[in-house]
Write a protein that binds this ligand. Structure first.
Ligand SMILES: Nc1ncnc2[nH]cnc12
Ligand SMILES: [Zn+2]
Length: 336
């Protein structure tokens, strides 16, 4: 339950964001600006009309409009501007470290070279005071062969991203479909994550762990349907990158009061709070914390735990991680 003091704590505590699709940070105003800059026509007459279309019934209804929005991105400067805008918002929310997903196949399919995508996003990260790393995601509605080709195309830019992920339409595209490309990424020394258990069943979480060897589960909220899996996730301290506003907007939960975040924490799971696609789901990471704490029985001890979890689950060097965790603990020592 959120009072003014807890709201201030949530806003100002240092935090990491580990589940943000950079294309999902593209605000309608920037979509229109880039469409005009690039001579791309849009299916909506105005910013307001586009925003009104952000009324989703499930993941697929969102993805259709999200891919349409990304169609305005053509030049390296476009990718730079989008990323710089996200990082400014993240900084305002006291995000100290961000691990940013990008979907190269959404752009290469339109003839945009993968180097244009990676260089634009990466350059904006270099120019930001927020510490930021990139995770290349494969679109799971496409084939594994296409994912492999994308990874090979990205190899010249290997030093500009730290890992690979798996996103897009989940049901019907189980992790097993991508076993070989994840094995290849592992051999390249890349970190591995995957969306699992957002709309898909707990079995997808298990196969993301056992077949893909992922180090974090993106979403994972449906794990609660399987008590044995919950015990395993707790035992292994497998991080879940939970996105509360996304889950309500995409009707994984009817209302925020039904969200499982408190139950995940009570079960000892390493849950974190993230924004997913902030331009589409009604808010950036602090809005996610505030909405969850408003609707659920969460207090300052949960805020401390979630801030710790965000850095503990990050792909940081041990020394850097210890420094961020010390910063979090120091922040909470000063809380009355
Ligand atoms: N929440 C989400 N689930 C799957 N794919 C996505 N791509 C962008 N946001 C996503
Ligand atoms: Zn996501």
């Amino acid at each position: 339950m959120l009072n003014d003091e807890l709201r201030r704590i949530l806003r100002t505590m240092p935090k990491a964001e580990l589940h943000i699709h950079i294309e999902g940070s593209l605000e309608p105003e920037l979509i229109f600006e880039l469409a005009q800059r690039n001579g791309v026509s849009l299916a909506y007459p105005s910013v307001e009309a586009l925003r009104r279309a952000y009324d989703f019934s499930d993941l697929q209804s969102f993805l259709d409009i999200y891919y349409a929005g990304a169609s305005v991105l053509l030049t390296e400067q476009d990718f730079y501007d989008m990323t710089a805008a996200y990082l400014r918002r993240a900084q305002a929310d006291n995000v100290r470290h961000a691990e940013i997903f990008f979907d190269p196949q959404t752009h290469t399919a339109r003839g945009v070279p993968i180097g244009t995508v990676i260089d634009g996003i990466w350059r904006a990260c270099q120019d930001s005071p927020v510490n930021a790393s990139l995770i290349l995601c494969f679109l799971r509605h496409l084939s594994e062969e296409e994912a492999i080709a994308t990874l090979e195309e990205a190899i010249p830019y290997r030093d500009k991203f730290i890992g690979v992920g798996l996103d897009s339409s989940e049901v019907g595209h189980p992790p097993e479909k991508f076993a070989r490309v994840f094995e290849r990424a592992r051999n390249l020394g890349l970190h591995l994550v995957a969306h699992a258990g957002e709309e898909g069943p707990p079995a997808y979480i298990e196969s993301a762990l056992d077949v893909l060897n992922v180090e974090r589960i993106d979403h994972g909220v449906r794990c609660l349907d399987d008590p044995e899996l919950v015990q395993r996730l707790a035992r292994e301290q497998m991080a879940l990158t939970v996105c509360p506003l996304s889950n309500v907007k995409l009707r994984v939960f009817d209302v925020m009061g039904d969200h499982s975040l408190r139950r995940l924490l009570d079960a000892g799971l390493a849950a974190t709070v993230n924004s997913d696609d902030p331009a589409y789901f009604g808010g950036y990471v602090n809005d996610n914390y505030e909405a969850a704490f408003e609707a659920l029985p969460l207090d300052v001890s949960h805020a401390h735990q979630l801030a710790r979890n965000s850095f503990a689950a990050a792909f940081l060097e041990p020394e850097q991680k210890r420094a961020y965790l010390a910063e979090v603990d120091n922040f909470f020592r000063q809380v009355p």
